[in-house]
Design a protein around this ligand. Structure first.
Ligand code: NAD
Length: 488
């Protein structure tokens, strides 16, 4: 039975070796067709502890390597990612359900972060100043030690790359805890890092679920914890890690609002909103969740509906992660319908011929949602857009501002003035103007506001340098008058 699993029985990855696990395993399903593709360890605290020990042993050696040499590993790693792009994208698709095109794009984004990591020597050069005669102050950035990265299911390759390349290039050693739903891609990442020449112990993987996350928050040998996942768990991890005096940055869930005004370009807006809400089956923290229709935008809604009707599950729409996720998403649609909203495009009950056991929800457009409905406020995390009608821009911005979340917000308009009002007043960390998925490209950093992020700074880009390093301030004075010269 076990030999038949496409990706076999996974191990942990500790000190550059595949460390067999002897306890319980969890079945890993492919959402594409519902088949079991691997078994993943439910690791114990002892396994985490041995990974931390090995990482701590590796740290002094790795930290001592000058950064210009450390990033050479990442130049080689980038080339390997490019060579293996198709295989990585296929694996990510199998385990998280994305279309192959979406997976390729996600690996390309991972590569972009690696490029940024390669440029870190140019960015982290320190500062030096003669502060008074003969006295110099300098600042150097030091790595923290062993750090952890806890990842969600929705981007098995990309999200670990938000943290790993920068943290490791800056001299830290890392423990990655992938989502137990998508553990396979991370093993391929480890193999490529080894091939690129990363010393053993610098990057380690411990599989598991809640217990391992709690262990990471508590382990005294871990200096910093980064987390990406739901808001509920982000809060738990942030509180637990910081109460153990660790540095923490925890990115949470999202509910992204797109404001559409009557002057918006109908074709561009219709296709952008449809792509934003349905890309990656709506399972991305930057997906459009609510379209706030300001005034009469029925002509744009018609375009959106026409675009949504072209989206075919199993073809240009991937699967959602689990059967429970499919049921949850469909229950939000039914709940909105019962509360009086109007379903314009209905994705419930989607079945893909030949993949009847896969987990699919079709693209769904719900109109006349009101701000008090769950479909307006809660994260659905599926290919669903709720349309709320607003009388004017002030009302639209007030609806956006009332959200607990604050990852992204967008405005679709031809008016610079309207665009400016929205990007100045929206309560979100990433804003789009005529862009449905406003992910900042490197070197601009990624991170939301409100309950979409806990901790200071952002997870990628220049902002990440502050998170993964600590500044050392050195003041130097050489006393020429003392005339001591032990060298002569
Ligand atoms: P999740 O919170 O369920 O899981 C994330 C990680 O936490 C996993 O590794 C999981 O094993 C672990 N975990 C789960 N429950 C836990 C618990 N009770 N205690 C400790 N650890 C626990 O998230 P998910 O379902 O894997 O991912 C989807 C969520 O991630 C969505 O809410 C999405 O918006 C969010 N997300 C946010 C961003 C962002 O940049 N803000 C990016 C990607 C995904």
């Amino acid at each position: 039975m076990m030999q038949e699993l496409k990706h076999g029985v996974l191990t942990n990855y500790i000190d550059g070796k595949y460390a067999e696990h002897r306890g319980d395993f969890i079945d890993v399903y492919s959402p594409v067709d519902g088949s079991i593709i691997a078994k993943s360890p439910l690791s114990t605290y002892d396994e985490l502890d041995s990974a931390v020990k090995k990482a701590r042993e590796a740290f002094p050696g790795w930290a001592a390597v000058p950064i210009k040499e450390r990033v050479q590993v990442f130049y080689r790693y980038k080339a390997l990612l490019e060579e293996n792009l198709e295989d990585l994208a296929k694996t990510a698709s199998e385990e998280c359900g994305k279309t192959i095109g979406e997976s390729i794009a996600s690996v390309q984004k991972a590569i972009e972060v690696v490029e940024f990591a390669c440029s870190l020597p140019q960015i982290i050069a320190g500062e030096i100043l003669e502060v008074s005669s003969g006295v110099e102050c300098r600042i150097d950035k030091y790595p923290l030690g062993v750090v952890a990265s806890i990842a969600p299911f929705n981007f098995p390759v990309m999200v670990p790359h938000w943290t790993m390349p920068n943290a490791v290039a800056l001299g830290n050693c890392m423990i990655l805890k992938p989502s137990e739903l998508v553990p396979v891609s991370s093993m391929k990442i480890a193999a490529l890092l080894k091939q690129a020449g990363l010393p053993d112990g610098v990057f380690n993987i411990i599989h598991g679920s809640r217990e391992i996350v709690e262990g990471i928050c508590d382990h005294p040998g871990i200096e910093a914890v980064s987390f990406v996942g739901s808001t509920k768990v982000a809060k738990i991890v942030y509180v637990r890690a910081t109460s153990n005096l660790k540095r923490a940055l925890c990115l949470g869930g999202a509910k992204n609002y797109l404001i559409v005004t009557p002057d918006a370009n109908p074709d561009m807006t219709g296709s952008n909103v449809a792509a934003s809400m349905s890309g990656c089956a709506g399972q991305r923290c930057m997906a459009a969740a609510v379209m706030i229709a300001v005034g009469d935008v029925d002509h744009i809604i018609k375009k959106l509906v026409a675009e949504a009707e072209k989206i075919v599950p199993g073809k240009n729409l991937g699967a959602v992660i689990t059967r429970e996720a499919k049921e949850r998403i469909e229950s939000y649609i039914t709940g909105a319908e019962k509360a009086g909203a109007k379903i314009l495009v209905d994705g419930r009950g989607a079945v893909v011929p030949g993949k009847e056991n896969g987990y699919y929800v079709g693209a769904t457009v719900i109109d006349h949602v009101t701000p008090d409905m769950k479909a307006a406020t809660e994260e659905i995390f599926g290919p669903v857009i709720s349309i709320i009608r607003a009388k004017n821009l002030d009302e639209a911005i007030a609806i956006e501002n009332a959200s607990n979340y604050g990852n992204a917000a967008s405005v679709f308009t031809q008016s610079g003035l309207i665009a400016r009002e929205v990007y100045k007043r929206a309560s979100a960390g990433m804003i789009g103007v005529n862009i449905g998925v406003p992910v900042p490209r490197e070197p601009f950093s990624f991170g939301g506001w409100n309950e979409s992020k806990f901790g200071v700074g952002d997870i990628t880009g220049k902002s990440s340098v502050e998170f993964w390093t600590k500044p050392k301030k050195t003041t130097v004075k050489w006393n020429a008058e003392a005339k001591c010269n032990w060298m002569s």
